[in-house]
Design a protein around this ligand. Structure first.
Ligand SMILES: CC(C)(COP(=O)(O)OP(=O)(O)OC[C@H]1O[C@@H](n2cnc3c(N)ncnc32)[C@H](O)[C@@H]1OP(=O)(O)O)[C@@H](O)C(=O)NCCC(=O)NCCS
Length: 295
């Protein structure tokens, strides 16, 4: 039986692509078609793998935001695994990264089987991320707003987030416990790092902190924490705790009972803060990389 791997084109293709992601990664929100389209760049490739017309898997290849590298994500539906589809998808995606001119390719694995697959194809661990989850069982009471701070949402003040890239965003991104520096463009900052709602802490009109949510229309009772960050000169004054509690209070008021977040294993401060707020550790993801072209 021939496997056909073709780029996603129509909305129907993107809905199939979403269906595979939802089946393979049920513990995370999946972007809507509108979000997927908004994230389109000349470098990104989305594919569907079909066997006799039946979708068995999907994939994405793109520029990575970590280091100067490409990234690949092959996904095969559970009922169609161990039949070489993952291998075929990986090959196609790695070819795309090679065409983009990146010597290094990154990937991730959240379970033992996928990790074994990645090792088989020469990927090695470079970092780990921890998933932490907060279960909402009643109203959440935020701490008082720290002195000198006003909290607004990015949505009610258009332009604030865009304007915060230089003075706030670059410093926040530089503080990530990643194995290679984050390479986030001003456009990427606006496209993929803004929560909705995104709560911004303002001091003298400047953004000095943020926390927010990515909502999940496929499962409205669940949401993902978006970037939480506090500018260096405002740290250790309870601002992150305040912003996260404001976020959780908003979630509690909007019918959400589960908020999860992924944090680099090496980010002790963020993990400790989440634990203190009552988040439980619920998963581990391994990040991997290898040379794009292997000898
Ligand atoms: C990783 C994934 C894409 C593999 O898809 P697949 O179609 O089952 O993979 P293949 O059949 O091409 O596997 C090729 C080889 O990888 C290794 N492998 C794959 N799955 C494995 C598992 N669960 N346990 C141990 N080894 C495994 C084996 O060596 C396998 O060869 P074999 O079947 O002859 O023993 C699939 O498990 C998946 O969708 N995982 C979730 C998404 C993900 O994490 N993707 C990123 C991985 S880098």
């Amino acid at each position: 039986m021939a496997l056909d791997i073709s780029p996603c084109d129509t909305d129907a293709d993107l809905e199939e692509w979403r269906r595979v992601r939802i089946a393979v990664v049920p513990y995370e929100r999946t972007q809507s078609i509108a979000e997927i389209r908004a994230d389109e760049t000349p470098e990104r490739l989305l594919v569907l793998a079909r066997e006799d017309g039946v979708v068995v898997g999907s994939g994405m290849a793109n520029r990575s935001e970590i280091g100067k590298a490409g990234s690949v994500i092959p996904r095969v539906l559970p009922d169609h695994r161990r039949r070489g589809h993952g291998t075929a998808l990986l090959e196609r995606l790695v070819d795309h990264v090679a065409d983009l001119g990146y010597d290094t390719v990154r990937a991730g694995a959240d379970d033992e089987g996928s990790l074994a697959f990645a090792h088989r194809f020469g990927f090695e661990e470079v970092n780990r991320e921890v998933e932490q989850t907060y279960r909402i069982t009643g109203p959440v009471e935020p701490t008082p707003t720290p002195e000198g701070i006003e909290v607004v949402t990015a949505q009610e003040r258009p332009g604030l987030w865009e304007g915060a890239y230089e003075g706030f965003g670059l410093e926040a991104l530089a503080g990530f416990a990643v194995d290679a520096p984050l390479e986030v463009t001003p456009d990427g900052w606006v496209r993929s790092w803004l929560g909705d709602p995104m709560f911004l802490a303002l001091h003298d009109g400047e953004v000095v902190g943020c926390a927010g949510l990515g909502l999940d229309p496929d499962r409205p009772t669940r949401a993902e924490n978006s970037l939480t960050a506090v500018r260096r000169d405002w740290r250790r004054r309870g601002l992150a705790v305040h912003l996260k509690l404001v976020t959780l209070a908003w979630a509690a008021g909007h019918g959400i009972d589960e908020v999860y977040t992924w944090t680099q294993d090496g980010n002790a401060a963020m993990r400790a803060l989440n634990t203190r707020l009552g988040y439980a550790t619920t998963g581990v993801g391994v990040q991997l990389s290898r040379q794009t072209r292997r000898p």
